[in-house]
Design a protein around this ligand. Structure first.
Ligand SMILES: [Ca+2]
Ligand SMILES: [Ca+2]
Length: 256
């Protein structure tokens, strides 16, 4: 029995290193899409970058920052940038910073390739949305869920880069709209309220126009309206006013 046990342990010890070596020499995909090669102490660099401003306008210099890129077993020696996705890198730097300008409106690919001190590379493409600020949709804020028959306040704001007054058009998603509102100073929050009378998921949409009639894109905001247990017919409410005990009992039944 003892010999058998020793035999099993010896076989196990012989097998373990081969299992481990097989698992070491595999490639695996990291979360952000970079290939990691594990083995021979040589890891691919991780590629990532950000830019400011996040929402640039045509002609506005954009500062790209690739300092989030790194190499687990070394360091990055080269940053190459392709600004038009043609596979040809248009500029390269030894530092993680680069500046680029797009002169048209649109969604543009920015590709970064980094090279580490072992000559391994990593690559990543991200899209930059370049748009005139006027065309940015209004920002909508308010409750994301609510109940049937209850009035809710929503804020709408849009900043017009020329600072002209603006008017809003709000579509509540239930076939009702505000029509065009009065004109308000750009950047000033306006508040409008709304009541939905059926349960469902509604998309509030809002757009703005300036005094010249130029309209921006629609902004959207999703609201979920649930059946409201606490809604009473106003006549029934008045009836209940006269019977406080009944109202109390009903309210407890409804809320539990
Ligand atoms: Ca490396
Ligand atoms: Ca290029």
């Amino acid at each position: 029995m003892r010999k058998l046990l020793i035999g099993i342990i010896i076989i196990f010890l012989l097998l373990v290193p081969s299992v481990v070596s097989v698992s070491i020499n595999t490639t695996s995909q990291s979360k952000n899409g970079n290939i990691l090669y594990v083995g021979e102490d040589n890891l691919f660099p991780i590629t990532n970058f950000t830019w400011t401003p996040t929402f640039p306008e045509p002609g506005e210099p954009i500062l790209f920052n690739a300092s989030e890129s790194h190499d687990f077993d070394g360091y990055i020696t080269l940053y190459e940038w392709d600004w038009d996705n043609d596979g040809v890198f248009d500029e390269n730097h030894t530092s993680p910073l680069a500046t680029h300008v797009w002169y048209d409106e649109g969604e543009f690919p920015a590709t970064l390739r980094v090279t580490d001190n072992d000559g391994l590379t990593g690559i990543k493409t991200r899209y930059v949305w370049v748009w005139m600020k006027w065309w940015w949709p209004p920002i909508i804020n308010g409750p994301t869920c609510g109940k049937v028959g209850v009035e809710y306040d929503y804020e709408f704001v849009q900043t017009n880069y020329e600072n002209d007054d603006i008017s809003y058009f709000i579509d509540w998603g239930d076939n009702t709209t505000t029509g065009w509102t009065d004109f308000y100073p750009a950047g000033m929050e306006i508040i409008r309220n709304h009541t939905w009378y059926e349960k469902g998921v509604y998309i509030i949409r809002a757009k703005a126009k300036d005094i010249y009639g130029r309209e921006c894109n629609w902004g959207e905001f999703e609201v979920t309206i649930n059946k409201n247990k606490a809604v009473y017919d106003s006549l029934f409410l008045r009836f209940l006013e006269r019977f406080p005990l009944l109202r109390e009992v009903l309210s407890r039944i409804i809320n539990h």
